[in-house]
Each structure stands twice: as structure tokens, then as C-alpha cells.
Design a protein around this ligand. Sequence first.
Ligand SMILES: *Cc1c(COP(=O)(O)O)cnc(C)c1O
Length: 358
Amino acid sequence: MAMFSLTRTTTPTSDAARLAALADPGFGRYYVDHMAIIDYQAGDGWQEPRIVPMSEWALHPAAAVLHYGQEIFEGLKAYRRDDDSVWLFRPERNAARFVQSAKRMGMAVLPEELFLASVNELVELERDWVPVGENEQSLYLRPFMIASEPYLGVREANTYRFAVIATPAGPYYSEPVKLWITPNYTRAAPGGTGTAKCGGNYAASLVATQEAAANGCGQVLWTDGAEHKWVEECGTMNIMFVTDDGQLLTPSLGSILAGVTRESILALAAEHGLEAVERPISVDEVLDGVESGRIPEVFACGTAAVVTPITGFNSPDRGVQTVADGTPGTKTREIRQHLVDIQFGRAEDKFGWTRKVG
Ligand SMILES: *Cc1c(COP(=O)(O)O)cnc(C)c1O
């Protein structure tokens, strides 16, 4: 494993301050005292991995990330179990996806073992920041990489910075949301960056979220870039439909983000009496199914909220439609609980998904 040098902070958070933060962490409000950093230099490769005090960075105003948006990220969580051990959930899937994202954005490729070592080292050092598991609290980890080279020409950068920061995350109540089916915007197009976890996709999505809010919805249901006909995903989450004849339907991979939560839930479907089916799904099929009752449950899934019940849709063509009686469905709640129980070590980990830290 890579050797990380450690420079300890001279101003650690006091126990009292940390406990106060963990009592009501919210999300992204507090950060652990250290971060992991690995710099990359073309010709030289990845430099010495280090853990340093959390602090601001000096960045040249011409740094390529500030102008042309070469940036990618990941999101995963560390969970504290009843026996006080700390675990990660399928971190190697995040490491592999980070490689794919880097390649798509023409960035330096971080070896998967360096990604995993960075996450492990930081969590081990900061394990006091992993909240106790009651109420499903966790430590959210944000690995990311930017093009740091000061250069205003348009080409891939020669220097990159990879870092991992961490923020305690409170009980994430998966508030049910309604989805706005926008006729005006697309998140991804064939050949575009939809399959990469890059900041630019999010920058491009915010105006559509504003449009969703103006139409009484919490989030956007993205459709395909060519016809606005096929369902894609929710922008920070993948989408799934439960049918009345026992299928768990989700759009095939292609221009959507390949979620770890999506993949995991598809693997668990059979244990909930559902047949997992990945195929193209049209907006009409969904809205007809919601109207007729053929689709009694809809939910979105991703690391942050695990599973978010979708209780309705709004679209210019068909107006507001409610899924079943507008409350979270039974399978939705069962699947969410099952996944969270695996993550916290309360349910059997048949697929070998969890990794102990330290
Ligand atoms: C991160 C992300 C997801 C969810 O992926 P998980 O690995 O399950 O957290 C879904 N869609 C988009 C666009 C994302 O960026």
C-alpha cells in the first residue's frame, strides 16, 4: 500500500466541538481536520501521497479547472457499526468509476489502489468523526480531482490534484419528491459526458432544477437528449419503477451515470420478489403506467439519500400525476431498509460488499 506522509494539524477540533457538530451535522457544514492529497505531474507521474491539515488552497488564477472545467468527483460513506468498527460500502466501485470519469475528461488516471488507500487512510485517521450509527448517520467522503496547471490554451492539463475531504452527514431523511419532466433541457447526449461524474454535468443541471421548483417539483426527471422520449435519471440519482407484475424496471446504462446504489439494488431485487429488468423505458410508458396503476411505486437511488420515494410527476403535456396514493410504497421502504442494514452490518452481506477500515 502507498505510504502516506502525515502532517498533523496544530489546531485540532476539540472533542466538545466535534461532538456538538456530530449531534447535528447536516451535510457539508463541518469538515474533518485533515485531507488526503496526491498531486500529478506529467512526465513524473503521481507524487508522494500525503495527509495534511484541512485548509484553503492557493490556486493560480489561470488554473485550467477554473476556465475549462476539468473536474471529476466521487461520493461514498463510512459507517460506524454497533461494535464501533468502521466500514465502507463497495469503495472499489467508486475507484473504478473514477478511472472511467478521468479518461472521459482527458485527465490523469489515478490507480485504483491509490484511490482506495487515500480513502482508507483518511477515514482511519479521522474515525472519531464517523458518527454513531443510530439514525443512519455517516461520514461522507468526497474524493475529487482538478486540473491545476496554470495555462489558458485549450488542451488537457499537465498537472492535476487529487484530494479526499470528508464531512459528517446527518440522518438523511429521504423526503418523497415529485419530478419535473423538462421539455427544455437535457443532462446528457450520446457521446457526451453523462457517464462521467464531473462537475460540469451539475453546473448544466441547475437551471432545470430551478424550472422544476417553479413547477412544484423537487427534482428533474431527465430524458434523452435526442427526442425527450426516453427516461434517463434524476441527475443525482438513478430511477427505478416497481410494476404490478413484480418487475423492478430501470433504464439501461448508456448515457446515464452508473450508480453503485443502482447496481446494488438490482442485485437485491430477487430477495424482494422482484425481477430486475434493465431496458429503455419511455416517458409515455411511465406516465401511462402511473395512470393505470401498472406502476404502483417509483423511487430514485444514490449514495447520499440511499432511496428517495418518488410520489408524483409533472410535465407540460400531462400535468400533475400522483403515483398510487402519493405515499412511499412497500417495496421502496423494504429495499431501502435492506440496503442500509447491509451497510451498517445488521443484515447479511451475501455479496461481500462491505470493507472494514483499518
Ligand atoms: C453519483 C450519481 C448518481 C448515484 O450514484 P451512486 O454511486 O449510487 O451514488 C446518479 N446519477 C448521477 C448523475 C450521479 O452523479
